[in-house]
Ligand binder design. Structure first.
Ligand code: AR6
Length: 177
């Protein structure tokens, strides 16, 4: 399958996406929050938090750059992959490497869970303040690198909530593909 057909770009709300897995931009507590995290827990219902609590008991939350998987409750997706993006603090704290690690860990977990499709929001580009242009570059290059080396997941969907991030992802995809 050509690389170009394995990547989709959508403007909208990730809770509406019918992918095998959608990714949540969570925090280390895994207990929910605002932004896309709040939207996913609200739309998915209490099952997601109940699953997160089991993970908290087993391993005590999730570290920055890592990912965990739960079921998706009432969402059209089958799974939610919760990853914790870095808080932007000027770029000297390995933020770029940690953000790339979020994409890699999520893609790896999706492949291990037999997910054919996965949808990503702009991890760290909201409350965590990561510059959107840099974040879009990391998202696109990390995803393409993974897809070139792996056959699963087959499809990656970038779900952009705002016009600015949508245009940035589109621009990066056009340059590379
Ligand atoms: N669908 C897709 N994207 C969305 C949606 C949605 N429904 N809602 C917001 N976005 P943020 P972060 C976009 O703040 O920066 C939470 O409180 C939004 O436009 O959700 O990683 C967590 O609990 C932005 O581009 O995540 C953490 O404490 C992107 O999602 C903290 O925020 C990410 O914004 C994580 O901060």
């Amino acid at each position: 399958m050509p690389l170009k057909t394995r990547i989709q770009l959508i403007k909208g709300d990730i809770t509406q996406i019918q992918a095998d897995a959608i990714v949540n931009a969570a925090n280390t507590s895994l207990l929910g929050g605002g932004g896309v995290d709040g939207a996913i827990h609200r739309a998915g219902g209490p099952e997601i938090l109940a699953n997160c609590r089991k993970i908290i008991l087993a391993q005590g939350g999730c570290r920055t750059g890592e990912a965990v998987i739960t079921t998706a409750g009432n969402l059209p997706a089958e799974f939610v992959i919760h990853t914790v993006g870095p808080v932007w603090s000027g770029g000297t704290n390995d933020e770029e490497k940690k953000l790339s690690s979020c994409y890699k860990s999520s893609l790896k977990l999706a492949a291990e869970s037999n997910c054919t499709s996965i949808a990503f929001p702009g991890i760290s580009t909201g409350a965590y303040g990561f510059p959107k242009d840099k974040a879009a570059e990391i998202a696109v290059t990390t995803v393409i690198d993974f897809l070139l080396k792996n056959t699963q997941p087959k499809t990656v969907i970038f779900v952009c909530y705002d016009e600015e991030y949508y245009c940035l992802i589109q621009q990066k995809l056009n340059t590379i593909l």
